[in-house]
Design a protein around this ligand. Structure first.
Ligand code: NAD
Length: 296
């Protein structure tokens, strides 16, 4: 039986990835410090090690595959405390990469970001050749780890692949951080509270459903391709139209209010979906997500 370690496997995306590996017959070990994850997301068939990736030693486990999803993933927090962000997201990842070489790991999959690595588009949709100009320490850290992965692959022969996610949404997403706009809107609208749209709401994002993100992970888990690969939809959605689509699903939700635009907020983001075309469009994914929040 193949063994995969999923770091961040108690979180939103990592828990869905852990479920998918279990379905495919893998032995799964989740490593998570529960800083933003939730015990309720853990698959009962997964082993769970509650620890910080900065203290964790993967070498005794000698897994076949490592799926690295643990991260300080709050963009604003990275701006407020770039050193902490670097220690978790860069140093934590490099430690893990080094140990994976020593443990003979066969495949290392990294949850990178398209939304935060490319910066304001020079052209759309942004493909993997688009210039990389991260506008946050979080984006800088993810890009740095991609460079380290290249080093570990070329010099030490570690098979690595980076997946650059767009704005992921779906069941189990928590309402913290900036990436969670769908989760924040769903929670508030279902509770009958108004949501706040920053600026005029014309800013765009590429919303990709978590099941398509899981499928991308499965597509690269047993190959040797290196990437980086975007994981998005190629479809640009304004925050205003996101709100309107969700309002249709939640009858009686209060009108959205507008606040001043956030300084430095990216105006557009949309990724070319080159690795695989998504199975789920935004309307379908939002319906499933709202249903989940309704029953949660
Ligand atoms: P999440 O917060 O739900 O998951 C992150 C998990 O990592 C949590 O369970 C958290 O407890 C754990 N964690 C954090 N710091 C840790 C540490 N030092 N040691 C051990 N565990 C730690 O967020 P998510 O949205 O599921 O994000 C998963 C990954 O995908 C992250 O690497 C994130 O940067 C990346 N990503 C997410 C998005 C998105 O739209 N959600 C977009 C691009 C990239």
């Amino acid at each position: 039986m193949k063994h995969v370690v999923v770091t961040g496997g108690a979180g939103f995306i990592g828990s869905h990835v852990a479920d998918a590996f279990i379905e495919r017959g893998y032995r799964v070990t989740v490593v998570d410090n529960l800083s933003s994850g939730d015990r309720r997301n853990l698959n009962p068939r997964a082993e769970f090690i509650e620890t910080d990736i900065r203290d964790f030693d993967i070498r005794p486990l000698r897994p076949d595959v490592v799926s690295h999803h643990a991260a300080q993933m709050d963009v604003r927090k990275s701006v407020a405390d770039p050193v902490f962000d670097t220690v978790v997201n860069v140093v934590g990842s490099v430690r893990l990469l080094q140990q994976c070489v020593e443990a003979g790991v066969k495949r290392f999959i990294f949850a990178s970001t398209g939304g935060a690595i490319y910066g304001e588009p020079v052209y759309v949709p942004q493909d993997e050749k688009h210039p990389v100009n991260p506008l946050s320490p979080y984006g800088c850290a993810k890009l740095a780890v991609e460079h380290y992965m290249h080093y570990f692959r070329e010099v030490h022969g570690l098979s690595t692949v980076a997946l650059r996610y767009a704005n992921v949404y779906g069941p189990r997403q928590s309402a913290h951080g900036e990436a969670g706009v769908v989760a924040i809107f769903a929670r508030r609208m279902l509770a009958g509270q108004p949501v706040t749209i920053n600026g005029d709401g014309g800013q765009t994002r590429d919303f990709v459903f978590v099941r398509d993100v899981v499928a991308a992970n499965m597509a690269v888990a047993e190959s040797t391709v290196a990437g980086p690969f975007n994981v998005g939809t190629g479809v640009e959605t304004t925050i205003n139209s996101l709100y309107l689509m969700m309002a249709k699903l939640i009858p009686g939700a209060p009108q959205a209010t507008h606040a001043p635009a956030k300084v430095g907020e990216q105006m557009r983001s949309v990724l070319a979906a080159s690795l695989r075309k998504p199975d789920v469009n935004v309307a379908e994914g939002l319906a499933e997500t709202v249903d989940w929040f309704r029953s949660a």
